[in-house]
Design a protein around this ligand. Structure first.
Ligand code: FAD
Length: 503
């Protein structure tokens, strides 16, 4: 160090009232000051309780660039909450991570302290509340958000806590897209590891079909890069096996050129036409052009407004061809609402966003359907029943097209043959007793379930048993177990559609 820089440092140190040796001025800004003052009882994955001494937790907090939050501390309530307020869980501690290094430190901590029950939260949309837990530890990825698009290579790198709206927004700035889900505040972390359906799925495949590489922190705390050629089993497993193998800290996607303007909207008929709408969806939907994202909906809104049945569509093909493409829908007659209009694709992707997500509780039943036969149309149309105290909604996430052109064993996502994912859900004002609504949907679903063939791991619901989950992975289950045995032999990552290790 020359004299001048020594003097400058000394002056800075003196001005800051610091004793030599020199301590960087920014040190206190980036290192969290631990406020941990008590021992913590924490639940483990196998249901024991371990007591962590306060200095152990304090050292963990010091090792992170992000924060450790305990119950009662500022930010704890926001961090612990997930979208669906029906899941009101209280982790013993929350690690808010800012990067892959923090993720690895947090995973090491959970593993080395008795195998703590570990939840991983990205966007918090888990339908069964898997991204939070009572008494265990949560890794909250929400401070770890970022997207970098390379418009020349047509790729995007997305960090593990990013919400999908950020990717749509950044990519479309270059006239580029990839398949993402239909609500922009859904997490890339959960959506993509489970598969990733969206409006562009029939054109470009599932989100997983557009992955070029991932970085994953496994249960051993090591960060691995995985591609078709490197750690290929891990890359295969992460594409449909959910969060079973570790925390994905980086996703690299292939992007596709697409125009910004698409045609988007609803064509809706009275609920009494549900049979016609569903019949047409079953006949026409599977063979429609790949540029047509077509969903059928049957809805009875809360408050007693009239029920509706119809279509939601997004057309990313030539606008002049649209009327020819949707002629079969027009043939159903005059709708009571037709909102089709040219729209910015990024705005379309935000159109389903929920302004106050915690205002409604939700319960969902879902399953893949290979087709929509007359028996299923009747099971829906004859038994669908609204209630003014809730929204009652039946909808479809479309399969087929490019999704079905990928072999079932090419990625861990096994349900390539599905025509659609059939979703039925009830929403009620948060705080009101959901018992009647949950009972209704369970009863309704009994009539629909025989027509389903497995379920989407991202819509896992609490009624599913380990055996149902195992069967659902079909021919891919054996390989998934082998990948699990290698990367998470003690099942640290168990809050998901769990693949149980056998070692
Ligand atoms: P979180 O609750 O944060 O995470 C869910 C699970 O994902 C976690 O328990 C964990 O196991 C895993 N996980 C999260 N981040 C990571 C990571 N970085 N690495 C490894 N594992 C991780 N699905 C579709 O395919 N298409 C849709 O259009 C669609 N729309 C939806 C709209 C709404 C309003 C909701 C509630 C759900 C929707 N889903 C859709 C389902 C959605 O894909 C799943 O709920 C998904 O799990 C949400 O991901 P998340 O990160 O928001 O959830």
């Amino acid at each position: 160090m020359n004299r001048r820089s020594f003097l400058r440092r000394s002056a800075l140190a003196a001005a800051a009232g610091l004793a030599l040796p020199y301590r960087p001025l920014h040190a206190g800004l980036f290192r969290p000051v631990s406020r941990v003052r008590r021992d913590l009882d924490v639940v483990t994955g196998d249901g024991r309780t371990v007591t962590l001494a306060n200095n152990v937790v304090a050292e963990f907090a010091q090792a992170l660039r992000g924060r450790v939050l305990l119950r009662g501390e500022d930010g704890y309530d926001d961090a612990r909450r997930i979208l669906n307020p029906s899941f009101d869980k209280y982790p013993a501690l929350i690690a808010q991570v800012t990067g892959a290094a923090d993720v690895a430190t947090a995973v090491d901590f959970a593993r080395d302290n008795g195998g703590l029950l570990l939840a991983v939260k990205c966007g918090g949309h888990s339908a069964s509340g898997q991204s939070s837990c009572d008494g265990g530890m949560m890794i909250d990825l929400s401070p770890f958000r970022g997207v970098r698009v390379d418009p020349f290579a047509r790729t995007a790198r997305v960090t593990g806590g990013t919400l999908l709206g950020a990717l749509d927004h950044e990519a479309m700035a270059h006239g580029l897209v990839t398949t993402m889900g239909t609500v922009s505040h859904t997490g890339v972390g959960g959506l993509v590891t489970g598969g990733g359906f969206g409006r562009l799925g029939r054109r470009f495949g599932l989100s997983v079909d557009n992955l070029l590489s991932v970085d994953v922190v496994g249960a051993d705390g090591r960060l691995r890069h995985a591609t078709e050629d490197e750690n290929a089993d891990l890359f295969w497993g992460v594409r449909g096996g959910g969060g079973n193998f570790g925390v994905v800290t980086s996703f690299e996607f292939r992007l596709h050129s697409m125009q910004r303007e698409v045609v988007f909207g609803d064509i809706l008929f009275p609920l009494a036409r549900a049979r016609d709408v569903l019949g047409l969806y079953g006949e026409y939907g599977p063979g429609a052009p790949d540029q047509l994202a077509l969903g059928a909906v049957v809805v009875q809104p809360a408050g007693g407004a009239p029920g509706l049945a119809g279509f939601n569509l997004c057309w990313s093909g030539d606008p002049n061809s649209l009327e020819r493409v949707i002629a079969p829908i027009r043939a159903l007659g005059t709708p009571i609402a037709d909102t089709l209009a040219s729209m910015d694709y990024v705005a379309v992707q935000r159109s389903g966003d929920i302004s106050d997500p915690r205002a409604v509780g939700q319960y969902i039943k879902s399953g893949f359907i290979p087709n929509l036969p007359a028996g299923l149309v009747s099971a829906i149309a004859d038994r669908f029943e609204g209630d003014p105290r809730r929204d009652t909604i039946l909808a479809f996430q479309q399969g087929g097209g490019a999704i079905a052109r990928v072999a079932p064993g090419a990625t861990a996502f096994a349900q390539r043959d599905a025509m659609a994912n059939l979703l039925c859900f009830v929403n009620w004002p948060n705080g009101e007793d959901p018992a009647d609504h949950v009972a209704w949907i369970r009863e309704f679903w009994i009539g629909l379930e025989p027509f389903t063939h497995g379920f989407y791991v991202n819509d896992l619901d609490a009624d599913m048993t380990a055996a149902t989950i195992r069967e659902n992975y079909r021919q891919n289950h054996e390989r998934l177990v082998a990948v699990k045995n290698e990367y998470d032999p003690r099942n640290l990552f168990r809050l998901n559609a769990n693949v149980q290790p056998t070692v």
